[in-house]
Design a protein. Structure first.
Length: 420
């Protein structure tokens, strides 16, 4: 089959630094290695690094085949919520329509929501080519924008967001199937589609690629050594985006306390984002905190293999409470005990059932101190949590299993659509 994947919000194989493959990169590779003709359409703008990729069509080689990666013209932006970001998304959507119309017809299109503009373009092209289209709900846009408005201005938000609401409804109502990273996201899409659940709708969790044969390269160890980090020491890790989705206040407060009570433990907080500079300022003078910025795939893997715990200090928004976020899955893949603020949500339920870490009350530095301190101090409990993390990952979040089942579902969707 010729399969189009349309998603712009994740790293690609052509990006610098050998970034970890995420949902669509993993799906593209799996589908290509099964013999499908895969085209992944994405933006020329790297959302994570805020850098431009070269515009054009690129060949990505996989284990036994390969696929095409099409990077669409974009404006780029610096702030996550800004007029320029909306303009960027609009430009990418228009480019998708223009280039897609001139391309060979696909048998099926799978697109992520968000972005709304790119998803709307993919949906429109599916109508043009008379092929099935699968809407993959990855975040609740535009609800997210409504939620960040001050309460007194929310009545204006519904009016201002009407074009985005219309695009979300259009994609859901025209979809052949609705999938999402959790069941509540699928229900959200079905409500917008105004229909009951169908045979091909359903949850497709975030997954991670497990490579048990990959060790730590000497250059990765040297990277951390040059920054003064001993991978044999006591390390607490974070790897992600410094954005409003995370609350680092309790993390910084615990680090400040531990500078006196547990000086041998180092907090290594990796990543970039709009909130990073403020956290760097707050941590000034704390010798037990390192903020190395963006870390490439190899050194990051070395850190996560060596760390004693992984931090997931999310703001407990409905979107994160209802899902198992990407960050948690990444930690599980490395057998890393997870300490998270999402105790009242799906992560907390899974953590308690599986035993792969601990939960602390959101914003409560004292509770984080107690929960994290217990795992750092008790080697037996930490070892049991690490084993539970590995077991949970292999059973529920391994990419070949999760996305292999999705690949089978896509074939079924095409077969059913062709027969009707």
């Amino acid at each position: 089959m010729r399969i189009w994947l349309v998603q712009s919000g994740e790293p690609t194989p052509i990006d610098d630094g050998d970034p970890r493959p995420m949902r669509y990169a993993l799906l593209a590779e799996l589908l290509a290695d099964r013999g499908h003709d895969v085209v992944w359409w994405t933006s020329a703008f790297d959302h994570y690094r805020k850098e431009m990729r070269p515009v054009g069509t690129h060949r990505v080689e996989t284990q036994s085949a390969g696929y095409r990666l099409v990077t669409l013209p974009a404006f780029g932006y610096r702030r996550h919520i800004s007029p320029r970001r909306f303009a960027d998304h609009a430009r990418v959507g228009v480019a998708m329509l223009c280039q897609g119309r001139r391309s060979e017809a696909p048998d099926i299109i799978v697109h992520g929501l968000p972005t709304l503009e790119l998803g709307a373009a993919a949906t429109r092209l599916a109508g043009r080519f008379d092929c099935p289209v699968v809407c993959d709900i990855l975040d609740l846009w535009p609800d997210l924008f409504f939620d960040v408005l001050p309460r007194r201005l929310r009545f204006l938000g519904r009016t201002a967001l009407f074009p985005l609401e219309a695009m979300a409804n259009y994609q859901c109502r025209r979809s052949t199937a609705i999938i999402g990273q959790n069941a509540s996201f699928v229900d959200w899409g079905l409500r917008r589609a105004r229909r009951a659940v169908g045979p091909h709708d359903g949850e497709v969790r975030i997954a991670f690629q497990h490579r048990s044969d990959q060790g730590t390269a000497p250059s990765d160890v040297e990277f951390w050594t040059s920054l003064g980090v001993d991978l044999e020491g006591s390390l607490v890790a974070f790897a992600g985006s410094f954005s409003r989705h995370f609350d680092f206040d309790p993390v910084v407060e615990v680090a400040r306390r531990w500078a006196a009570t547990r000086p041998d433990t180092t907090f290594v907080l990796c990543g970039d984002g709009p909130e990073r500079s403020g956290i760097v300022d707050t941590c000034s003078g704390l010798d037990n905190v390192l903020l190395p910025g963006w870390v490439d795939r190899g050194p990051l893997a070395a850190l996560l293999r060596a760390a004693e715990c992984g931090l997931a200090p999310y703001e407990p928004s409905p979107s994160f409470l209802d899902s198992i976020p990407n960050k948690v899955v990444e930690y599980l893949a490395f057998g890393l005990p997870v300490v998270t603020s999402l105790g009242e949500g799906a992560v907390g339920g899974l953590s308690r059932a599986s035993g792969f870490g601990a939960c602390f009350l959101p914003g409560d530095a004292g509770d984080l101190d107690a929960q994290l301190g217990f795992l750092i101090d008790d080697a037996g409990a930490r070892s049991a949590a690490a084993e539970a993390a590995r077991r949970t990952f292999l059973q529920q979040f391994e990419a070949s299993k999760v996305y292999g089942e999705l690949a089978d579902r896509l074939v079924e969707v095409v077969d059913v659509s062709s027969a009707t």
